[in-house]
Design a protein around this ligand. Structure first.
Ligand SMILES: [Zn+2]
Length: 297
């Protein structure tokens, strides 16, 4: 097999048969593991000559773009990573390990410190009230916003690591726009959102988004529909009880996740809840029917 065939085989093993393959350009399109959700759109393009990838639909919101090694690090097995390392371009090796320290946007204003007479602040407070976000949540998560810059017009939820330093943040527009979410270019799979707030002794809710996580006590957002290896390892080592609560449109993903993590040391410690209707945890403002929390066969 030549290099292209080996790379193609790894990609097929990970994501199934591609939607298109233009051999002359080394261009492959596959269904994006973050946003396709069974729609079979083939939005994620991989170029195996250039060793890069990008999802045309969710690269801004999910950071789904970069060097191919990143994609294989996230989804690949140990062996696939090893194989890929043989082909990985030299200049990408450094790119992957180089992680600049993330900072909050310089325009970030913490809501608790904001001037209540300032018009944007009043807009933010109005929005936050309609979403059911309380003063207690604002304080606990240091929720803020920006009025200009890259994140202007957006509510920002920072994530703090165990060292109390910023390690990620998510932002969501408070007005109607095409790109509701905008997140920093940083490999989110390397962090656990607001890990310092997690009590591993208590039941841990696993939710999709950061906006869901603020409504439940002791919740970790996966920042998508898939669990990172990093989060899985942390749960495996530390969790006593896990409750999976994904969005109603992601029941299949939730079930898959349940069976994936309900094994070994976690066997019997994993629970799941199916939300009725089409509202997610944030829409429901954290009101879930505890009686619907169950275990699967
Ligand atoms: Zn995508």
């Amino acid at each position: 097999m030549d290099e292209d065939e080996i790379l193609l085989e790894i990609i097929r093993d990970l994501f199934g048969k591609e939607k298109h393959y233009y051999a002359s350009k080394g261009q492959i399109s596959i269904n994006c593991p973050y946003c396709d959700d069974g729609k079979n759109k083939g939005n994620l393009e991989i170029n195996i000559n250039e060793h890069v990838y990008k999802c045309w639909s969710c690269s801004d919101s999910n950071g789904t773009h970069g060097v191919l090694g990143k994609l294989i690090d996230i989804f690949g097995t140990k062996n696939q990573k090893k194989t890929y390392d043989i082909f990985k371009p030299e200049e990408h090796k450094s790119k992957q390990v180089e992680l600049k320290k993330l900072k909050l946007p310089k325009e970030f204003i913490s809501i608790k410190d904001a001037n209540p007479l300032h018009i944007p602040h009043r807009e933010v407070l109005k929005y936050i009230k309609t979403r059911g976000i309380t003063d207690e949540m604002i304080e606990k998560f240091n929720i803020g916003f920006a009025t200009d810059g890259d994140y202007g017009g957006r509510i920002i939820i920072p994530s703090y690591g165990m060292d109390n330093e910023i390690n990620y943040f998510i932002s969501r527009a408070w007005f109607k726009t095409k790109n509701k979410y905008k997140n920093p270019e940083y490999p989110k799979e390397t962090i656990i959102f607001n890990e310092k707030l997690i009590d591993w002794e208590k039941p841990i809710y696993i939710v999709e988004g950061a906006f869901d996580s603020i409504f439940l006590d002791n919740a970790i957002p996966m920042l998508g529909k898939f669990m990172s290896q990093h989060l899985y390892k942390k749960l495996y080592e530390n969790a006593r009880k896990i409750i999976i609560v994904l969005d109603p449109d992601a029941w299949n993903d939730a079930e898959r996740l349940y069976h994936k993590i309900n094994c070994g040391k976690l066997m019997g410690k994993v629970w799941i809840i199916k939300l009725e209707g089409d509202q997610d945890i944030a829409d429901l403002q954290g009101k879930i029917n505890e009686q619907n929390i169950k275990q699967l066969d």
